[in-house]
Design a protein around this ligand. Structure first.
Ligand SMILES: Cc1cc2nc3c(=O)[nH]c(=O)nc-3n(C[C@H](O)[C@H](O)[C@H](O)COP(=O)(O)OP(=O)(O)OC[C@H]3O[C@@H](n4cnc5c(N)ncnc54)[C@H](O)[C@@H]3O)c2cc1C
Length: 461
């Protein structure tokens, strides 16, 4: 239980300014980017050193307090909404040091609260490349990225966060520091505990440090936009590009509803009558980029793209990416609530998924736009609504249920990048199996015997 004595102990350990007890402060940590009910925690703690973090975890655990670790709170699955009003939220935003960027051995050592884009920029300043680029990168933290195994626009060619974690340190429930992985390219010493922690959504322990892989940046890139009158053709183009053994660093899709809304918002010259847009960027050595861009253009024409716009300079490239970056803001400004899903299907099933999404929107009389990573089948059907309208929101929930069912029936997954949290916990067994849930709970029990780390998230306890 949270006693006055314990609060005094936290104040002595962290300093009064890092122990937030006021209602107004605690309210600020009752929600995240998911459209879910809020829960106000009992206490918010803000350690400023790794040692403090370990001691805070131990004290909370010993006192039987539920622990929710929070980076920037941008997750879309309820992962940082406290489990109960007795919960303690531990913030990592003051653990924000880049401890090392090693230019010789191509790695960096970071604290969990470092902002993703800040880290990528610091690496770029040393002519190194950190590819994972979630749309939230200007605010999300590396700890949150690891705990959600975040992806981004470059996932198709460069992979996701897990592909860049060489090692890490985390605190277990006793406040013991666990070290796994190393600064070496190869390391098979002990269990792959880093693999276990990646995507664990704050349910197994608290990540306090990470060793991240960096790579040399591509020397050149070329971007283009292909306009289609038919979603099927856009999807065939994606398959044909990959079949030609070209892996673009980015291959994005916008449906007609999204195209119209982006154009109304940004006035960037998008064709409002197009059924689909593909936004493509290839990168690498200049010779390879020129060759690949030519082949991609040829394929797009063969498959039946109505028009292809190739960026001739940085300004034109930025214009193309404005369309993609503007997708979510353009959709979100229409209605008070924006439910952003990330059902993912095998690439070849994108036309079937887009068709089903349009039918679902019609069936439930909802406004929906779809955009996303066509290259890896990760679509973001985005439902625009008003959560205060109970009748409308019930239709939204039914539509979301149907979206997941269709994605699973097409051989897809509930979540390509947003995680499970509480938002998708109820569908997890449908995608996996009863055995998976029971096995995960047994594993969790061994690692978190009292069930206090983000109790209600993922498989529960
Ligand atoms: C506009 C927008 C765009 C987005 N675009 C993308 C995208 O392109 N790709 C993508 O993958 N996601 C995307 N997201 C989702 C989200 O930004 C990512 O999941 C991101 O990784 C969350 O980082 P965070 O710092 O906000 O973590 P938080 O939301 O604070 O936490 C996420 C989870 O990680 C746990 N956690 C945080 N820190 C630690 C730690 N140190 N140790 C253990 N557990 C921890 C939390 O308990 C929680 O369960 C987007 C979200 C928004 C709002």
């Amino acid at each position: 239980m949270l006693s006055k004595n314990l609060i005094s102990e936290f104040e002595a350990l962290l300093g009064k300014e890092h122990v937030l007890t006021e209602e107004a402060d605690r309210q600020s940590y009752s929600y995240d980017a998911a459209v879910l009910d809020t829960i106000v925690p009992a206490l918010v703690l803000q350690p400023t050193t790794s040692e403090q973090l370990g001691q805070v975890v131990k004290k909370c655990y010993d006192a039987g307090l539920q622990i929710t670790v929070r980076g920037a709170g941008t997750n879309l699955s309820g992962g940082t909404i406290p489990d109960s009003t007795e919960s303690v939220v531990i913030l990592t935003n003051k653990l924000n040091k880049i401890l090392e960027i090693n230019e010789e051995d191509l790695y960096a050592v970071v604290e969990p609260g470092v902002i993703t884009a800040h880290f990528a920029a610091q690496a770029a300043a040393k002519n190194l490349f950190y590819p994972p680029d979630p749309g939230s990168q200007s605010v999300s933290t590396l700890g949150g990225n690891i705990a959600e195994n975040a992806g981004g626009l470059r996932g198709l060619k460069y992979g996701v966060t897990k592909d860049y974690v060489m090692g890490m340190e985390f605190y277990d429930y006793e406040g013991e520091l666990v070290k796994t992985g190393s600064r070496t390219v190869k390391c098979v010493t002990g269990y792959n505990l880093a693999g276990m922690m990646i995507g664990s959504e704050g349910t197994l322990g608290v990540i306090s440090k990470a060793i991240l892989k960096l790579i040399p940046p591509p020397k050149a890139s070329k971007a283009m936009m292909a306009i289609f009158d038919d979603v099927q053709k856009a999807s065939e183009a994606v398959a044909s590009i990959i079949a030609a053994h070209i892996v673009p660093c980015t291959l994005e899709f916008l449906d007609n509803a999204t195209i119209r809304l982006v154009e109304e918002d940004k006035k960037c010259g998008l064709p409002k009558d197009a059924e689909a847009l593909l936004l493509i960027e290839v990168d690498g050595h200049p010779v390879q980029v020129a060759e690949e861009a030519e082949t991609v253009e040829k394929i797009l024409k063969q498959v039946g793209s109505r028009q292809i716009v190739v960026a001739q300079n940085e300004e034109e490239k930025n214009k193309i990416w404005t369309a993609r970056r503007g997708a979510l803001p353009a959709l979100a400004r229409l209605r008070p609530t924006c439910v952003l899903e990330d059902a993912t299907v095998p690439r070849s099933k994108i036309p079937a998924m887009v068709k089903a999404l349009n039918e679902i929107a019609k069936k439930y009389k909802l406004e929906m736009g779809t955009f996303g990573h066509a290259g890896d089948g990760n679509l973001h059907p985005t439902i625009l609504c008003d959560r205060r309208n109970k009748e409308e929101f019930k239709r939204v929930e039914e539509a979301v249920d149907e979206i997941f069912n269709v994605a699973l029936a097409l051989g897809g997954t509930l979540s390509g990048e947003h995680g499970v949290g509480t938002a998708k916990a109820q569908w997890l067994e449908k995608e996996t199996s009863r055995g998976t849930i029971m096995f995960s709970r047994r594993m969790r029990k061994a690692i978190d015997p009292k069930g206090l780390f983000n109790t209600s998230k993922m498989v529960g306890v």
